[in-house]
Design a protein around this ligand. Sequence first.
Ligand code: CO
Ligand code: ZN
Length: 327
Amino acid sequence: MNALIQKLTESFGPSGAEDPIRAVIRAEIEALADEIRVDPLGSLVVYKAGSGQGKRILLDAHMDEIGVIAAYIDENGFVRFTQIGGLYPLALVGSRVAFGNGTVGVIGYEHKSVTDKIPSLDQLYIDVGATDREDCPVRIGDPAVFSRPFVSQGSRLLAKAMDDRIGCAMLIETLRRLDKSPHDVYLVFSVQEETTLSGARTSAYGIDPDLAIAVDVTDTGDTPECLPMAVRLGEGPAIKVQDSGMIAHPSVRDLMVQRAKAAGTPYQLEVLVGGTTDAAAMQLVRAGVPTGCLSIPCRYVHTPSEMVDANDVEHGVQLLLEILQST
Ligand code: CO
Ligand code: ZN
């Protein structure tokens, strides 16, 4: 799966500008689909027909990634920016960002006003090497994403945009391995999770599923002096119990636990204090959709280098297959 994960994480697709990543995903999955369409907000919806005896199951992963967006360009060509999704200024200084036209910039900070303090976003700027506003190749409203290569080191995988290209890779891999399912399966590669959860919300409304599962990343509690959390890297995908935006539907949570036991895959239970996923939006469409979330433990979420463990990814795919292939 590493080649697929590399391709997906190194692609461009900040919230609101997902066309490039959608084309990459479409090329990987089109031949496996019974139907494929782009819904009105831009999410890619892939349908695989079941044998007719099952449910309508929606699996979701968001294809958008966090980034920055040019808000003001000064007379010397330095670009002031704001965030697409949630950024930590602490993790930004010295980072490289790439715009859709290929322009790369480095994030600098106001030396005079920021000494040993953590800068705020408005004390940072992007330097693309321009000399003035006119020769700056960036326009107001241009989005950019982190520029980092994918690295595989032992079982650990490092990349920008693991959130949530790892979920996209898992959905593609699941469909590749899916051998007969009783269920009608809908895979949604959603837009704009990082900003408003809007792609999953509207896609779920259109599909009207019996059951929905978001596949996304979650924090871990296994790094020095971090906030206490039971989830650890490499100890299995996490079945969400609760986060700050939702309580997973008990029936879906229990189904996932039961299927993990049946498949013999390790799993962890997740209670996340801060953050949420597309699952929070999907459970509230129409009269309500029983919804759960499968989380891949991830260190340094929303930084330029997000780390996951390949074994958690593999076990996550096995769990999804067990869910789809049994009644
Ligand atoms: Co995120
Ligand atoms: Zn995410």
